[in-house]
Design a protein around this ligand. Sequence first.
Ligand code: KMH
Ligand code: ZN
Length: 274
Amino acid sequence: MNRTLITVAPTGAEIDKATWPQLPTTVEELVAEARACEAAGAAMIHVHIRDGEHRPTLDLGRLRETVAALRENTGLIVQLSTGGSVHDPFADRLKVLDAAPDSCSITCGTVNFGNDVFSNPWPFVVDLYQRSQAAQVVPEFELFDLGHVATLERLVGEFGLPYGGKVHADFVLGVPGGLPATVPALVAGVQALPAAVTSWSATGIGRGHLPVLAASLAMGGHVRVGMEDNVFFAPRRPVTGSAELVARAATLANHLQRPAMSPAQARELIGLSA
Ligand code: KMH
Ligand code: ZN
């Protein structure tokens, strides 16, 4: 059966805990949210962590502790963000692989990020990619713009397939500075994907969340949801947490006769042996 990978991104680096107290920022909160999201249909979790003051951090000890806690308490594929926040140095972002996650994000190029710059120059992307191959971590290629699609093609062309032999990409649409969170933008991105891509998903930031979710499902793609990308369930109705976004995505996927896949099925999809 044709099934849907639902990835949950529950925390991110940009959403403020003081404004959004339902944001999971401690290991305990993250584990509880991850369990609820798995029960609702998620198979993979995209993880950013926070420090004791709820600020984004790439502290290696905390990353290791988080990976262990998620593995102990859920069956989810654990994907660590190597994007971090726009303020994180390259060296810290490379070190994320030392926490030995199942998967890591690799953003395939620099993009304006509101008033900031999310920096991913070619030499850094190459370094990160080659380290992921050596560390046997399956990457998810994050695509914020059409140029990132071209960089993904060059990366795989010059340095070979990722660990696991599959190429899974994720469109992140709607960052101010990247492709908009619209159906035409998603269609343009998917049409540009190189043949090496074996699966793709998409997420729409903010109010583009639902159109991108629906379009991705209709186009045979997979989906990412969660508070990293969207904090409103409906206009003027904040989310209670990421689990209700996962539940809605799973319901929609059911209606489209592409039900949510299990973590085991998702492992096979992205090239992680069971
Ligand atoms: N927080 C953004 C600057 C990723 O996780 O790889 C980068 C980001 C992408 O969220
Ligand atoms: Zn992220």
